[in-house]
Design a protein around this ligand. Structure first.
Ligand SMILES: Nc1ncnc2c1ncn2[C@@H]1O[C@H](COP(=O)(O)OP(=O)(O)O)[C@@H](O)[C@H]1O
Ligand SMILES: [Mg+2]
Length: 216
């Protein structure tokens, strides 16, 4: 469903990606590993449209998307989470999901959307936190919420940057189960992670980023 060919990215004279080739098939979980600064997040930024590659092509469902704006990439079905989360911290957990569902801020949700939002909160184990501010729930719960926003976005490819880094055991188990469930529903996941237990529990394929290329 996603194919990257010869992706190169430089920031001034720093060559971060040096010809990444990658093909993702629908319904699999792929984990990207590699040292700090090896270019993993940069690669997610390129796939999701937040950065343009210096060279190379990104093809999603047969469409060349390398220079599409992030909102267009998102509408095609690619959702992403950020290492630094980027939730609307002054809105409630429920409102964050609604925002991702509707993609606009001030519309009043209809019954169907309300039901959908509650269903997603249940799925990401946050029903009890529904009316709390997103900035006031725990870090692990915030990670769950970012994945909930991707689900609300109706993404079929989820790019998840470090889903379990720095979180408590209880939420780690929840995220592990959630990712397995999403895979079972046919979602495709490309995640960056270092936690070895989590990687072996969830991954179909582990990809190693080294010197700006992916060595399987
Ligand atoms: N927008 C940017 N401008 C300049 N340099 C960047 C930018 N984004 C990332 N880099 C650099 O690219 C390298 C790879 O970063 P990153 O992709 O975040 O690594 P990783 O996620 O593997 O830790 C780092 O040296 C980082 O400083
Ligand atoms: Mg990173």
């Amino acid at each position: 469903m996603l194919e990257l060919k010869n992706i190169r990215k430089s920031f001034d004279d720093v060559h971060v990606l040096n010809g990444v080739n990658l093909r993702l098939e629908r319904g699999f979980v792929y984990t990207l590993k590699g040292g700090n600064g090896s270019g993993k997040t940069t690669l997610l930024n390129i796939i999701s449209g937040f950065l343009a590659p210096s060279q190379g092509t990104v093809e999603f469902k047969g469409k060349k998307i390398a220079r599409f704006a992030p909102y267009r990439v998102n509408r095609l079905g690619i959702g992403r989470t950020f290492q630094d989360l980027r939730l609307a911290t002054q809105m409630t957990v429920y409102e964050n999901i609604l925002l991702a569902l509707e993609k606009k801020l001030f519309a009043s949700p209809d019954k169907k959307q309300q039901k959908q939002a509650d269903g997603i909160l249940e799925k990401v184990s946050l029903s009890e936190k529904r009316d709390e501010l997103a900035g006031e729930i725990s870090y692990g719960q915030q990670k769950l919420l970012t994945i909930g926003c991707c689900i609300a976005n109706n993404a079929d490819l989820l790019l998840i940057d470090e889903p379990v880094a720095g979180i408590d055991r209880e939420n780690l188990v929840k995220i592990t189960n959630l990712v397995m469930q999403l895979k079972q529903e046919g979602k495709t996941i490309l995640q960056i992670e270092h936690n070895t237990g989590y990687i072996s529990a969830t991954s179909d394929l582990v990809l190693q980023m080294e010197k700006g290329v992916i060595a399987c």
